[in-house]
Design a protein around this ligand. Structure first.
Ligand code: R5P
Length: 315
């Protein structure tokens, strides 16, 4: 088995390789002077089970092309099976035409990945299950619910017991899970069940043109509670900001925002660092550059989840 890494999330690739006890495959990924991508696989992969880890994070278009070029090169070299490990499947938010005339981008991305020759996909926490129908190759979707629930539990234990630099002081007894919108209801329900906590639901609307988020109501009560808002993605941060401000106005004692994918587009990091949120907890499905990190951000690594999924695939 060989694991190759694209350029989008090398730290995660290295962590997965280390969890698997292998070294990353040798590949050269460069750009021509006109910025077109060139990949050059240096390992002999003929007859091998091969994995390529690449998140379709900013800049998604470039990372997608890079992934596809890697897939094609590996297939051309005679790899037995090539699996794309895509912790964050960029474009997956565009899984339907929200307005007439919009492209269903997630569908085309699935076609690209298949056309590149990939035999299977491993991904984490899809924005919507709709995306699965666009693939004709097997897709393994890893849920991060249990993982994030464990992360939260660890945060309520004294840090010293786990050897992790976690903020102490969050007692699960006073926590309520909050779903940020209708779309996330079943996701948040599963998470609340996983940690055995009560749940409240926010009503959110978003202007499709401007992206502006508005919170219009809440079902449940958060007064005096430590609120854990559970979402799949932090993109612009608008949902995190508006929902946290809303629950604070409703009397929440503290607010934690948990999400799997930290896209952190535009000024999201600055906005979140200045927000009423006590802590933002995300995973490393997307590599967060130093300039996007802030004091209140905690990143938990999904490397062992991905390594397990890869191991299962090779059995
Ligand atoms: C919405 O349906 C998603 O679950 C997230 O709430 C959304 O993508 C977050 O985006 P933003 O950070 O831009 O509000």
């Amino acid at each position: 088995m060989i694991l190759f890494s694209g350029t989008s999330n090398v730290p995660l690739s290295e962590a997965v390789a280390s969890a698997l006890g292998v070294s990353l495959g040798k590949v050269e990924i460069t750009r021509f002077i006109d910025n077109e991508c060139r990949v050059f696989v240096k390992d002999d992969v003929a007859g091998q089970e091969v994995f390529v880890l690449q998140s379709l994070s900013i800049v998604a278009d470039q990372h997608l092309i890079e992934l596809c070029l890697l897939g094609q090169a590996l297939k051309d070299l005679g790899a037995k099976r090539v699996t794309a490990v895509i912790p964050w499947l960029g474009y997956s938010k565009q899984d339907k035409a929200f307005r007439k005339g919009e492209a269903i981008s997630a569908h085309l991305v699935a076609k690209f990945i298949e056309a590149a020759g990939f035999d299977a996909v491993i991904t984490t926490e899809l924005h919507s299950e709709n995306v699965l129908q666009f693939f004709h190759i097997p897709v393994v979707e890893i849920s991060t619910h249990t993982f994030l629930a464990d992360t939260l539990r660890r945060k309520s234990s004294p840090p010293a017991t786990r050897g992790e630099a976690l903020r102490a002081g969050l007692s699960l007894e006073n926590v309520i899970v909050v779903s940020p919108d209708k779309g996330g209801k079943s996701r948040s329900d599963r998470f609340a069940k996983e940690v055995g906590l009560d749940i409240a639901y926010l009503e959110k609307s978003r202007d499709r043109q401007t992206g502006a988020v508005n919170i219009t109501g809440i079902e449940g009560t958060v007064t005096g509670k430590d609120v854990v808002i559970f979402d799949d993605i932090i993109n612009t941060g608008a949902t995190a900001l508006k929902t946290s401000e809303f629950v604070k106005r409703k009397g929440a004692a503290s607010v934690y925002f948990l999400a799997t994918h930290a896209v952190l587009a535009g000024s999201a990091s600055i906005d979140l660092s200045r927000s009423v949120i006590d802590e933002v907890i995300v995973t490393d499905t997307i590599s967060v550059s130093d300039d996007k990190r802030f004091d209140k951000l905690f990143i938990a690594s999904v490397s062992s989840l991905l390594a397990d999924a890869i191991r299962k695939q090779t059995k």
